[in-house]
Each structure stands twice: as C-alpha cells, then as structure tokens.
Write a protein that binds this ligand. Structure first.
Ligand SMILES: C[S@@+](CC[C@H](N)C(=O)[O-])C[C@H]1O[C@@H](n2cnc3c(N)ncnc32)[C@H](O)[C@@H]1O
Length: 224
C-alpha cells in the first residue's frame, strides 16, 4: 500500500503549532523560512504574517481548493512567497501560472522560485490583459488574486471568465485601503463580494485576515 504524504500540515516548532508545506525544492529556502525534517521529509514553515493564504487557512478557510495536481492562475505573484507554498502543495503533477508585471519583482520571482520548481511558469504581463498570456494552456481549477489594485475585482473577473473552469474557485485577497480609505473595511469586503455575485459567482466565505493582516479579507467564491 502506498502511504499518502501530507503536503500541507501542522507542525510543532519551539512548542508552537505552525503551518508547513512539503518542500518541493529540497534544501532551498525562498524567504528565509524555517526548514524542518519530519520522518525523513523536509517541510517549510509557512508564515501567516508574510502570506495571506496562510492567514486565511489559520482563520478557518472552510473549503480549501488548493490540492495536489491542480492547475492555478496566480495574479500578482510578486517575489513568490505564497506561490512557493502553493507549488509545494500542488506538487509535480500540478501547475502554477504566476502573473507579475513589475520587471524587477518578476526577476526575483524567477531567481527564488521558478528556477527550482518545474511546476511554476512565470507570465510577465499586465493582469488587465489576459489575452496576452501566451504560455497558459487550457482552463485552471483556481484563480488566486492579490494585486492590491482598486479595480482588482474587475481584473479577477476578467481573468476568471477567460481561464477558470466552471465550478472553479476564485480566491480574492481584498485590501480595503487600496479601494477606499474612507469606508469601513467590512463594507468594502461586502461590496466586492456583491460585485462577484452580480457576475455569476457564488460567494462561499469572506475571511477577515486580522490580526495577521489588518484591513484585509480573503473572499472564496465559486464561478457557476
Ligand atoms: C500585494 S503584492 C502580492 C504579494 C504576493 N501575492 C504574496 O503573497 O507573496 C501585489 C503584486 O501585484 C503586482 N501587480 C499589481 N498590479 C498588477 C497588474 N495589473 N498586473 C500584474 N501584476 C500586478 C505588483 O507588482 C505586486 O508585486
């Protein structure tokens, strides 16, 4: 019988329970995170103060669509901190397309993450122009969006309509201050969720990321 390996799990570090992912690039750190060995396997400790997805998992994301073998489109991949943990979880059979438009940031993403992981493909493009992603093929299971732009919900919808399969999940990070500093964060999160519903998404959950990230939420929505 083949024993299943947990690619995402809780581990004890200095007496504290932490999230960790199975390192797909053994011995390589991405952001100076701790590496720990468990039963001969190497795990990377996942910092919820550095990654909003880790924060959402700790704050109770009920239906985590990120699993081994899935295909994911990541908008605003930056230097790849969160993307590297997603790459660990989806494993060799999965694939992550990472979109980033800032050339210097994208170069760091390539040097730190893409070089060591065959399941990560960089797309140096503006997420407002999904028609220009020439290296993407087929539909994806999940779109993860963290652009910190005022119109990022519209950008996410545009990308989902082109690349997300029906029934696929959109995980949208909302930074209320990028949208409107004068409104209450809760009001903004509700407004962005309504935009998604008006475009045919079913909103599963809105998770406030406080205390890991103030004034941020992650919206999990399904494109029906
Ligand atoms: C908040 S950071 C992302 C952090 C990253 N998701 C993480 O967890 O490690 C937002 C990133 O989106 C990029 N970005 C913003 N607007 C963009 C656009 N229209 N197209 C592509 N990338 C964009 C920025 O250059 C920046 O690197």
């Amino acid at each position: 019988m083949v024993k299943e390996v947990n690619r995402l799990r809780k581990v004890k570090v200095d007496g504290e329970e932490r999230l960790a992912t199975l390192n797909l690039a053994e011995g390589i750190q991405v952001y100076n995170e701790r590496l720990i060995k468990l039963n001969g396997l190497e795990y990377r400790v996942w910092d919820p103060f550095r990654s909003k997805l880790a924060a959402a998992l700790l704050k109770g994301l009920k239906e985590n669509p990120i699993d081994e073998g899935i295909k994911l489109l990541y908008l605003g991949v930056s230097t790849g901190t969160t993307a590297s943990h997603i790459s660990d979880i989806i494993g060799e059979k999965g694939i992550l397309f990472g979109v980033e438009f800032a050339p210097r940031v994208a170069r760091e993403f390539i040097d730190r993450v893409v070089k060591y992981r065959r399941n990560v493909i960089p797309i140096i493009e503006d997420a407002r122009r999904p028609d220009r992603y020439f290296s993407i093929f087929g539909k994806v299971d999940v779109v993860y969006c963290d652009l910190a732009q005022p119109d990022q919900t519209d950008i996410a919808i545009l990308n989902c309509k082109r690349y997300l399969k029906n029934g696929g999940h959109l995980l949208l990070v909302v930074k209320s201050r990028s949208i409107d500093v004068t409104k209450q964060p809760k009001e903004i999160f509700k407004g962005e969720a309504e935009k998604l519903e008006n475009e045919g998404f079913r909103v599963n959950q809105i998770i406030n990321l406080d205390p890991f990230d103030k004034d941020h939420a992650l919206i999990d929505a399904i494109m029906e």
